[in-house]
Design a protein around this ligand. Structure first.
Ligand code: ASP
Length: 329
């Protein structure tokens, strides 16, 4: 090996970052919060592990065919939006008016194209409406009634009653409104597909008992979601107001792209130093074009998982987690 090549290799190796060695990668999250104690409830924890595992299997299968990353991101988020365990679609948390107002966004790193919906009440799969905004309009975000109406015109599945999104658990909150409980479980997915493109998506019911009309970070491109092939793909979860103030998702991508910081170092800095010193609770999942990824959180836990296939190997590597430890599947 020539001296120069050896030097570059050593620099990259020391930085803990490796050049593309993976055919494809998928990361998912199902929300962050003080959820570590859930690990000791074996039955409940198993439900989350199974759901995270299923989400990874759905996305991994799509990526293994060489399909575009957006198909995997949308299929995974659709799955979470149908699963009442999570705070997205059915099972979403409610507003202080006892209603359900959903937010979602999606972005592709190959051309920085993006779409989002905010405060929608009748769209079964907000992530699909975000995709329709990206692909069918010249806009990036639609909100409220206009977004609900747009989804209908696009032929997307809508629900007649906003209470479709309720579950026995959320109905209890709506009924006994003073109850001091909250639900974590915003969902997100970031992928590196076989073409080398990055995609990120996020979907949520927002923060528990949010003021009706409040919009969080999840549908805001640059705050809760971002993707740039030259930076990274990011999906965030946590106290949205802080993620907006720190423009967390684009902040991370710019650190990778412009400062050439390794993704895990940059992500750790934002979550543990920037946000922590400002009391912003939460975490993120992020991946760069070489398949390096990070999943930091400053709460006690974050529902999360990863699946990747290394070049030249047949088997995929898969793991899911709630607290610090990951369970390799
Ligand atoms: N970030 C979401 C919001 O602020 C909530 C969450 O991720 O739990 O709406």
């Amino acid at each position: 090996m020539k001296k120069g090549t050896l030097f570059i290799f050593l620099m990259l190796f020391c930085a803990g970052e490796l050049l593309a060695q993976k055919d494809y990668v998928i990361l998912v999250h199902g929300g962050a919060g003080n959820i570590k104690s859930l690990e000791s409830d074996k039955e409940k924890a198993a439900q989350y592990y199974t759901a995270l595992d299923s989400a990874l299997t759905i996305g991994g299968r799509i990526l293994s065919t060489g399909a575009d990353g957006e198909l995997a991101v949308r299929a995974v988020i659709n799955y979470f939006e149908n699963n009442p365990l999570f705070n997205a679609g059915k099972g979403a948390t409610c507003t202080n008016a006892g209603t359900f107002e959903l937010d979602a966004s999606i972005m592709e790193g190959k051309d920085l194209s993006a779409g989002a919906v905010a405060g929608v009440k009748f769209i079964k799969h907000p992530i699909d409406a975000a995709w329709a905004v990206k692909t069918k309009t010249p806009h990036v975000m639609l909100s409220g009634d206009g977004a609900d109406e747009f989804a209908k015109v696009q032929g997307l599945e809508t629900v007649a009653d906003n209470l479709y999104f309720a579950t026995p658990k959320t109905m209890k909150w709506v009924d006994e409104f003073k109850k001091a409980s909250k639900k974590n479980g915003t969902v997100g997915c970031v992928v590196l597909d076989m073409k080398g493109n990055l995609t990120a998506g996020t979907s949520t019911g927002g923060m528990f008992k949010k003021q009706w009309g409040r919009i969080g970070d999840s549908p805001i491109i640059g705050a809760g979601t971002y993707a740039d092939n030259d930076g990274c793909a990011v999906s965030c979860t946590g106290h949205g107001e802080y993620f907006i103030r720190h423009a967390v998702a684009s902040n991370l991508s710019f650190r990778v792209k412009l400062l050439h910081q390794p993704i895990s170092e940059a992500a750790d800095y934002i979550i543990h130093t920037e946000l922590n010193s400002n009391a912003g609770n939460g975490g993120l999942i992020a991946i760069d074009k070489n398949g390096n990824f990070a999943m930091p959180f400053n709460s006690t836990g974050m529902f999360r998982g990863y699946l990747y296939k290394e070049k030249g190997k047949d088997k995929t590597v898969k793991a899911v987690g709630i607290g610090e430890n990951m369970l390799v599947k």
